[in-house]
Design a protein around this ligand. Structure first.
Ligand code: GUN
Length: 287
């Protein structure tokens, strides 16, 4: 990838993740020595989707680095909704488990919404429970989804102002697009949410001071679709035989953007680090 001369425009997600993990480590040590609490995360993976397995493994490794106790619950693909809910119920009651993460997607016969709602809101490390989503909508950001939270943290870290800015989010998922839009609104940005059905996407992206792309379409955003000096977050991951690609044509877009996240090494590591923050928060609040 030839980005020579533009390196200073790259948002270093790995470095920011290290910094966040260091914060978690020291806060965790204080929690252990002060109150004798070691934060615990239980992950649930249903089935054997290789990508999901990899994501769960990455989260467990992060727990190890910061000192969070992690439990790995792997259920067979044919697990029933009742069995899944019963595991969630027992984890809700377990005082050593402060946070629960149900890896998505679930096999088709299971209802992610019902499962998500079964997780105790105060143990909802992902911020996906309707209670936490509802709080986010009214401006009370308790437990919020990790990816949008990480993007807000990166904007703060790189001193990018948000108030009054034109922000465009491409993708309207519950995991990224919708909570991201709410977090920008809470910070008084002007927000457009675009998605696969948007007519003339470029008309919107060209006006973006800050552009967040989470569409899952390789190189959807080209250099002629952004304005000079835009700040760009690429949440997309498309795995192909010869490598991993984002939703943004990084090599060309970096020449116009003022800041941009690479794929890999951008939003991904920050998302995982924010999850560690959320587990710590659950542990601090729960006793
Ligand atoms: N699948 C894709 N992204 C996520 C995420 O942020 N959390 C969980 N639990 N599953 C996911």
């Amino acid at each position: 990838m030839s980005v020579e001369g533009y390196e200073s425009r790259i948002i270093d997600g790995k470095a920011l993740a290290r910094q966040i993990e260091d914060e978690v480590k020291s806060e965790l040590e204080a929690l252990e020595s002060g109150r004798g609490i070691t934060p615990g995360l239980a992950t649930i993976l249903v089935g054997d989707d290789p990508a999901s397995r990899m994501y769960v493994r990455i989260k467990h490794r992060a727990c190890e680095r910061v000192g969070i106790r992690a439990e790995d619950h792997i259920l067979p693909a044919e697990t029933s909704q009742e069995e899944l809910i019963s595991l969630i119920d027992s984890l809700n009651k377990n005082r050593d488990v402060h946070a629960i993460l149900l890896q998505l997607p679930l096999p088709k016969h299971l209802s992610p919404q019902e499962a998500m709602e079964a997780i105790a809101p105060e143990k909802d490390a992902d911020g996906f429970h309707p209670y936490n989503m509802g709080k986010l909508m009214i401006g009370d950001e308790g437990l919020v989804p990790c990816t949008p939270h990480g993007i807000i943290r990166a904007l703060e870290e790189y001193n990018v102002p948000v108030k009054g800015k034109n922000v465009v989010v491409v993708g309207h998922s519950n995991v990224v697009g919708k909570p991201m839009a709410a977090m920008f609104l809470n910070r008084n940005a002007t927000i457009s949410v675009c998605h696969v059905f948007t007519d003339d996407l470029k008309r919107y992206t060209l006006g973006a001071d800050i552009l967040v792309v989470a569409a899952g379409v390789k190189h959807l955003i080209k250099a002629d679709m952004i304005k000079e000096e835009a700040v760009i977050f690429d949440v997309g991951i498309t795995q192909e035989k010869d490598g991993v690609y984002g939703d943004v044509d990084f090599e060309n877009v970096i020449k116009k953007a003022s800041l941009i996240t690479p794929v890999p090494g951008g939003v991904g590591p920050v998302t995982v680090a924010m999850l560690m923050k959320h587990v710590l928060k659950c542990a601090e609040k729960n006793f």
